[in-house]
Design a protein around this ligand. Structure first.
Ligand code: IVH
Length: 676
């Protein structure tokens, strides 16, 4: 009784924790409770009372600790001991077979050898890493960039299917358990119903809702959403040494985790293809979203030999389900005007659920596209989500036509401001020529404050549109001068909301330079190009002053982009915007300096890539540059290495003739890791 807690109370609390965690597991993970809810509540209350009497006995694995931690100001970061990778994709059976052949080739096995694959479903949620120390949940993190994630421990503790303490005895000293957190369809619908009743914006799909839920600073909100997890493997681990992936998953299940109930060991590629054929038919019946089958080499020794290419393991592939298609009726076709003035025909449709989210609008891109597909108001159409995100009209079901359908005519005036809408020769797009078109202003401002821009979370399109129409703002800089009184003039604006909006705007005063450049909406300048420009010019002022020639000398920047950037910064409107941003105290932060040419894995080296790599060529070249080297396109005597992708071409031969060392992509990646 050293600290005043009677030994009997301490033991009873421990016993209750053990029982409650076990019953929790029976109920949530196995879906087969041994006791009824009343009995569970009785045990729970007994533990709560004991803990209230002796707060010092509250243990981190106590089921009472799953809810209600103090709200956080921001998330900390967690470095993953073993990086969290992505998966290569296969889109048809031939690509699955090609994967199987690559596996055997790498392992030096004959083509007719049968490899065992552990197949399971790719859960459409978000990846998390759970670190257990001596069997206790110590930390939970998002995937982040694969190397470092956000610390969302408090939120993950509220997920009932995540054990706070592993079941069983002889717990491993360390284990990073990897899995996918998701919301099932019913819970997603419930959350959206609740949000609708509260007048909050709806989540587009379960995945966004799950992501929004685990990234809540207030874990009591997360606790109210019934998140679930399916685990699929380990990152770092000590004291666990299975020989097969399937054995590892069985082991995780025995420790109280939920692994995929659909998982199966498939002997050879034919069985794996049959597993896919079964689930492509049936996955829609599951209570949660899945977007493919993941096939993993079952032998962990083989996995080790295969290693990884760039950021994907060579031992696994995601064989994707085709995008779900549905039919619905086009009610009308209207024209929307974007930030560049482009007029885009959009189909308004009867709402239809596709892959878990409700769709009622689909872009028809431009007038030629409408004509090509001959989509008319009143038509029955097939729709799907391209890349499972943006809804698109695939085709018209012409057999359903009644003759009452109305053909679409592209207007020659902007439907928003009435200015002429002009289609340049060789362009598919018609653009509004108005200089003060509210739709363009809204779009430009929205783009500046969007996630790809400076990211003012909470400053939504409705608020922007009202401010523009009341002529209170004309460009993004005006937002930094708004006062609370200004905002209170808007419809449905309350004190608290006005403060949140002002905070959101103020939080963007020192954005990363690349985000500001991207937010300006310069033609041809997306996120990546903006980062390249930020790295090269390091301030808005220097970028604005750069000549077209200087711009074109920047690696990755071609003449078209160089011209677009130079033209943009020459405009009076841009100069005015930059002046106002400066006056508002907006100062962009340059990116961390690239390592000096004397540092980094490729310091002073010249590298040539050939053949198909698993990442875009431009990305590989950027990596070399970031590591102090040069990436060039042709092999010469001064080349230091040639990196060979799949089916390398004549450059590989030339390198061999010149005696220049060549690297596989795997070796290239290892060089990078060694320099970390
Ligand atoms: S195995 C890459 N199995 O997909 C390391 N991943 O695109 C091996 N995912 O980050 C992953 N369901 O979060 C695996 N049954 C499953 C999965 C799965 C979802 C996610 C995972 C990973 C991403 C890769």
């Amino acid at each position: 009784m050293a600290d005043g807690v009677p030994e009997s109370s301490r033991q009873r609390a421990e016993e209750l924790r053990r029982q409650l965690n076990y019953h929790n597991y029976r109920y949530y993970v196995l879906d087969s409770p041994e006791i009824d809810d009343g009995e569970y509540d009785r045990l729970f209350r007994e533990l709560e009372e004991l803990e209230a009497g002796y707060p010092e006995i509250v243990a981190p694995d106590s089921p009472t600790q799953r809810v209600g931690a103090e709200p956080l100001e921001e998330f900390g970061t967690v470095r993953h001991r073993v990086p969290m990778l992505s998966l290569g994709n296969a889109f048809d059976e031939a690509e699955l077979r090609a994967f199987d052949e690559r596996v055997k080739r790498h392992l030096g096995l004959p083509a007719d050898e049968q490899i065992d694959y552990l197949a399971d479903l790719k859960v459409d949620g978000l990846a998390v890493s759970l670190t257990y120390e001596e069997g206790l949940l110590a930390r939970g993190a998002t995937r982040g960039d694969g190397y470092t994630g956000e610390d969302i421990t408090q939120n993950l503790r509220t997920v009932r299917t995540i054990p706070l303490r592993m079941l069983g005895e002889e717990l491993p000293p360390l284990a990073e358990v990897r899995g996918e957190v998701y919301l099932d369809r019913r819970e997603f619908a419930r959350i959206n119903r609740e949000r609708e009743a509260d007048g909050l914006p709806l989540f587009a799909n379960p995945r966004n809702a799950a992501a929004g839920s685990v990234r809540q600073l207030d874990s009591s909100i997360t606790a109210r959403r019934r998140l679930d997890i399916i685990v699929y493997g380990f990152g770092a681990s000590e004291g666990v040494s299975p020989e097969r992936h399937s054995e590892m998953l069985d082991g995780l299940e025995a420790r109280g985790f939920r692994a995929s109930p659909q998982r199966a060991v498939c002997h050879g590629v034919d069985e794996t293809a049959a597993y896919y054929r079964k689930w492509v038919e049936r996955h829609a019946e599951l209570s949660y979203g899945t977007d493919g089958v993941v096939a993993k080499v079952d032998s962990l020794a083989m996995q080790g030999d295969l290693g990884q290419v760039s950021r994907s393991p060579r031992w696994a592939v995601a064989y994707k389900f085709p995008p779900e298609e549905q039919t619905t009726v086009v009610k009308d076709i209207f024209v929307s005007v974007g930030r560049t003035g482009a007029l885009t025909p959009v189909a308004m449709m009867e709402p239809v659920v596709i892959s878990g989210s409700t769709v009622q609008m689909a872009t028809l891109h431009n007038e030629d596209e409408v004509a090509r597909k001959d989509v008319r108001a009143g038509d029955t159409v097939v729709v799907r989500k391209a890349g499972d995100v943006i809804p698109e009209v695939v085709s018209v079901v012409t057999g359903e036509r009644t003759g009452d359908e109305r053909k679409f005519v592209m207007p020659d005036k902007c439907p928003v401001c009435g200015a002429d809408a002009i289609r340049e020769e060789d362009e598919a797009v018609r653009r509004c020529a108005g200089i003060a078109c509210p739709a363009q202003i809204n779009g430009r401002i929205g783009h500046f404050f969007s996630r790809g821009g400076v990211n003012a979370e909470g400053l939504g399109p409705k608020i922007i549109a009202q401010l523009v129409s009341k002529k209170m703002v004309r460009d993004p800089a005006d937002f930094y001068f708004l006062t609370k009184d200004d905002l209170l003039k808007l419809d449905r604006m309350a004190d608290k909301l006005a403060e949140n909006v002002l905070d959101a705007i103020a939080s963007t005063k020192h954005p990363p330079l690349g985000r500001v450049i991207s937010g300006l909406g310069i033609r041809h300048v997306g996120g990546h190009v903006a980062e390249v420009l930020a790295g090269q010019f390091r301030s808005l002022e220097r970028l604005a002053a750069a000549s077209e020639e200087e711009l074109a000398e920047t690696p990755e920047i071609g003449p078209v982009i160089a011209q677009a950037v130079a033209v943009f910064f020459r405009q009076e409107q841009t100069k005015e915007l930059l002046r106002k941003l400066r006056k508002a105290g907006v100062s962009a932060q340059p990116p961390a300096a690239a390592p000096h040419a004397s540092e980094g894995a490729f310091a002073g080296k010249s590298v040539v890539f050939t053949g198909a790599l698993s990442i875009p060529r431009s990305e590989a070249e950027a990596i070399v540059k970031a590591q102090g080297g040069r990436a060039t396109s042709s092999v010469s005597k001064s080349t230091d290495f040639v990196v060979l992708g799949d089916s390398p071409g004549s450059k590989a031969e030339k390198a061999e003739q010149l005696g220049i060392p060549s690297l596989t992509e795997e070796e290239f990646r290892r060089m990078l890791e060694q320099s970390d």
